[in-house]
Design a protein around this ligand. Structure first.
Ligand code: PEP
Ligand code: MG
Length: 885
């Protein structure tokens, strides 16, 4: 590795650019890019992610050449700043920060003010005349270095500053005098010595080496691993390390530091949005330690700097063609940009920003669809909100910042671990913390929503919750949290752990008790965006629905048909189940037919409802699929009650239940095997479907039923069932002296069906891949039992993804491909779709698109996501210029 380049400079001389994000991490690549477009960025250098990987893999041994290149990097910064590290006249201080290829906010470590020691402090006091600032910087450095590099808990340092503030009778850190901070610096050194057994290192190069190693190591910290796991971040090799000249937002009241977004990350509105703090370091804003001021007040306070900032934000947004999240510092009136990245945003904001950027001619429609709106954003838009007017003044127990929209209801929990445990037990919880830290990501992810009493819109809780689309109310100063008592109070009101609360992250409300939630309204921008999405689609989206209400919802969300109506779901409703049970316990065909005739009107009524809603759009109705025992009771008392209802003895019912028992019902008497052995079931269902369609024809509705035979594994099964359907159709049509057009097809969900698809296709009008069963049978994982081992498989890398959520393209996908190709070879007119859960999963949809399927079918709420995923897949071939920063 001797000749390998590990270090890339940025500043007036810049080696990197934004295309190097894998190698330099997002932050490093963007710092280099910003330098090259004339943004004022303090100079520095980035150590590559490869060097991080090498060091971690080699027991913290640096790759050959890294030491020399770091020295050259320091030399570069010294040259551009005209200062020297450790100098006794004009010393340079550095920051050392992590930055992976994918943003992981606050997950890895940062060290500021590196290079500080007693001599440097003296020199800085001489140079700045600001003793207070120097000791404040020094003590912060010892704290961060001790905590991050040497593992001395930050709490020890916090205790020291808290007790000093108490002794001095002051509230804020900013109230401490220079000599108190100098005293505190000595105390911090003593804490460091006590807990490490060493003196605080004076040599800046030694400090730098240790700090770089700490950032390398933080890549594999528990919280970073957890964050990657939760966010599905895979395939990265390590973090970049950015070493950069320090600029100070805490030298005087002419200094400030802040974070801003080029557009409002909650609503998408075009406005500079963010927060800043006068006389503070960046960590104070992000960590939520002091509650910052809105950026709009900067306009009044330092108008020239505000205008300059505004011009850079426009430049950065135009350059990156995306909403930016920017960190800045003002040192003695001079503005520096420290970081830019694509800003995390809510679903509503994502859609609005995408539409606005197209209308402002900054991006094309293709770019907006491909890069600016993700499935999760659309998902968030469909999140529930509280019923209007549901919030009464008397129920309001606090108001905080509307940090991440949407409504959530749950039991109060104050501890992240506890939140995870309770969520695992199926409880809904709201995580309540004074402020969150990366340590809390597990609990935040498990909770329905997050409430904090401290911190702003860019605090950790707010940023992470927004990214995940989880409702969050932040900085709710009305409440006082007491971790020891497991409660929070607002005046006399006390809320204990386990009490129910509701939070509204859109309005910042905290409400006592459980509120009702309603589905959200979709914005005008959403309608525009989805119209554009439609322009790029070349595959249909249908919905899985079996009630008129679901069908209506699906149509409203853009479904162009029903791809799967599971008829058995209709049998569980009302008193239908009794007729169904009568059919199941029938002694002979005659009795069975009688019971089926009782079911016929119900079925017909269901189909009329769905066909009327869907009008002339296709509706695929699947004939009865599940094993019959699922309709019979299993509990003793239930058996007694059902026997009475059916007018049979308990004994007889028990004999029937016993006779229907199966060792492996998923592979037992189900699917078309029911229709083959009891053709009268297929006859009744066919009659119900066709009579419903004929009735609607008389009303002028041209229903398009598609009858689907489930669980076919051989052509003979299909031929058998097709004959029953056709025979019944002829009868129904001649009785009604009228007919309708309809299709007869099959699900492909038994692996053998995919292997002999050409034979089956010769007899069928359509295929629909039932990838739930196809996954179950191809992998040999029981759908009902796989949760016992799949989490372990995922944690241990045996599976990359849960194959029941996202299609196993390598295995099951081969069968889908083979089934499609063979099927179309056997019948060129064959229509092919998918109706397993994978029909709503973006990666699986892309796969289906590539195979050229005619449609995907998914649950109604996933219909818009499916539309977006298809459009994205269609556009993928088009080159886009939106930067992935
Ligand atoms: C399937 O198996 O993918 C399918 C859609 O049918 P079900 O889930 O009802 O078995
Ligand atoms: Mg199935």
């Amino acid at each position: 590795m001797a000749d390998l380049k590990h270090v890339y400079r940025f500043g007036k001389e810049t080696d990197g650019n934004r295309s190097m994000r894998e190698l330099l991490g997002g932050k490093g690549a963007n710092l280099a890019e910003m330098c090259s477009i004339g943004i004022p960025v303090p100079p520095g250098f980035t150590i590559s992610t490869q060097a991080c990987k090498h060091t971690i893999d080699n027991d913290m041994e640096w790759p050959e050449g890294l030491r020399e290149q770091v020295n050259e990097g320091v030399f570069h910064v010294e040259g551009e700043m005209n200062k020297k590290l450790g100098d006794k006249e004009d010393p340079l201080l550095l920051s050392v920060r992590s930055g992976a290829a994918v943003s992981m906010p606050g997950m890895m470590d940062t060290i500021l003010n590196l290079g500080m020691n007693d001599k440097v402090a003296e020199a800085l006091i001489r140079k700045t005349g600001n003793e207070r600032f120097v000791f404040d910087s020094y003590r912060r450095f010892i704290d961060m270095f001790g905590d991050v590099v040497m593992g001395v808990s930050h709490e020890y340092f916090e205790e020291a500053i808290t007790s000093l503030k108490e002794q001095s009778g002051v509230q804020n850190d900013t109230d401490l005098t220079a000599s108190q901070l100098s005293e505190l610096t000595d105390k911090y050194k003593a804490i460091y010595r006590k807990h490490t057994g060493h003196m605080f290192p004076e040599d800046p190069m030694e400090q730098l080496e240790l700090a770089i190693n700490a950032v390398f190591k933080s890549w594999n910290s528990g919280r970073a691993i957890k964050y990657r796991e939760i966010s599905g971040i895979k395939g990265l090799i390590g973090t970049g390390v950015n070493v950069q000249a320090m600029v100070f937002g805490n030298m005087s009241s002419e200094c400030a530091t802040g974070v801003c977004f080029t557009r409002n990350p909650s609503t998408g509105e075009r406005e500079l949005y963010g927060e800043y703090l006068v006389n503070a370091q960046g960590e104070d804003v992000v960590a939520g330690i002091r509650t910052p001021e809105p950026i709009s007040s900067m306009k009044k306070r330092i108008p020239a700097v505000y205008d300059e900032l505004l011009s850079y934000t426009h430049k950065l947004e135009d350059h990156y063609k995306n909403m930016q999240d920017i960190e800045f510092t003002v040192q003695e009136g001079k503005l520096f940009i420290l970081q830019t990245r694509n800003g995390k945003r809510t679903g509503a904001a994502a859609v609005r920003i995408a539409v606005d950027l197209v209308q402002e001619n900054i991006v094309s429609k293709e770019e907006a669809i491909a890069e600016l709106v993700e499935a999760e954003h659309i998902d968030q838009l469909l999140h529930p909100q509280f019923e209007n007017g549901d919030v009464k003044e008397k129920d309001l127990i606090g108001k905080g910042l509307p940090a991440s929209p949407g409504a959530a209801v749950g039991k109060v929990v104050f501890d992240s671990k506890r939140a995870e445990e309770l969520a695992e037990q199926g409880e809904m919880v709201i995580l309540v913390r004074i402020e969150t830290s990366p340590e809390d990501v597990g609990g935040m992810s498990s909770a329905e929503g997050i409430l904090t009493s401290r911190g702003g819109m860019t605090s950790h809780a707010a940023v992470v919750a927004r990214g995940w689309g989880k409702p969050c109310v932040a900085g709710c100063g009305d409440i006082v949290i007491n971790y020891r008592e497991h409660s929070f109070t607002n005046g006399d009101l006390i809320i204990k752990e386990g009490d129910w609360i509701s939070i509204d992250g859109t309005r910042g409300f905290v409400i006592k008790g459980q509120k009702n939630m309603i589905p959200p309204k979709l914005s005008d921008e959403y309608e525009i965006f989805m119209r554009w999405v439609g322009e790029f689609e070349s595959m249909q989206v249908r919905a899985n629905a079996e009630t008129p209400e679901d069908a209506e919802m699906a149509r409203g969300l853009g479904a162009t048909g029903i791809g799967l109506a599971r008829t058995e779901h209709m049998f569980f409703k009302d008193d239908r189940v009794t007729a169904m049970r009568r059919m199941i316990i029938a002694e002979d065909e005659k009795e069975r037919r009688e019971a089926l005739m009782e079911l016929l009107p119900y079925q017909k009524e269901d189909f009329i409802g769905i066909f009327r809603t869907m009008e002339d759009l296709p509706v695929t109705v699947r004939l009865l699929d599940p094993p019959l025992h699922e309709f019979l009771p299993s509990e003793d008392e239930e058996v007694e009650r059902v026997a009475q209802e059916l007018g049979v003895t308990e004994k007889l019912l028990r004999i029937k239940i016993e006779a229907l028992k199966e060792f492996n019902p998923m592979l037992g008497h189900r699917g078309c095997r029911l229709g083959v052995t009891y053709p009268e079931i297929t006859e009744m269902q066919t009659r119900a479907i066709l009579e419903a369609a004929l009735e609607l024809k008389a009303e002028g509705i041209n229903a398009k039923p598609e009858i689907m035979i489930p669980l076919v594994g051989s052509v003979n099964e299909f031929v058998n069932q097709r004959a029953v359907v056709e025979r019944t159709a002829e009868k129904v049509f001649s009785e009604h002296k009228d007919s309708i057009d309809f299709l007869i097809g099959t699900m492909i969900e038994v692996p053998r069906a995919a292997l002999v698809a050409n034979e089956i296709a010769r007899e069928a009008d359509f295929f629909s891949f039932g990838t739930n069963d196809l996954t179950q049978m191809t992998l040999g994982y029981s759908r009902d039992d796989a949760t016992k081992f799949i989490p372990y498989y995922l944690d241990n890398g045996i599976l990359g993804e849960d194959p029941f959520q996202t299609l196993d393209q390598q295995g099951v996908g081969q069968l889908v491909q083979m089934g499609t190709e063979l099927g179309r070879a056997g019948n060129p007119k064959l229509k092919v779709g998918i109706c397993g859960e994978h029909g709503g999963d973006p990666a699986s949809i892309e796969f289906c698109f590539k195979l050229g399927l005619n449609y995907v079918s998914c649950s109604p709420y996933r219909v818009p996501i499916a539309h977006l995923s298809i459009a994205k897949a269609a556009i993928k071939g088009v080159k886009t210029s939106v930067n992935q920063n």
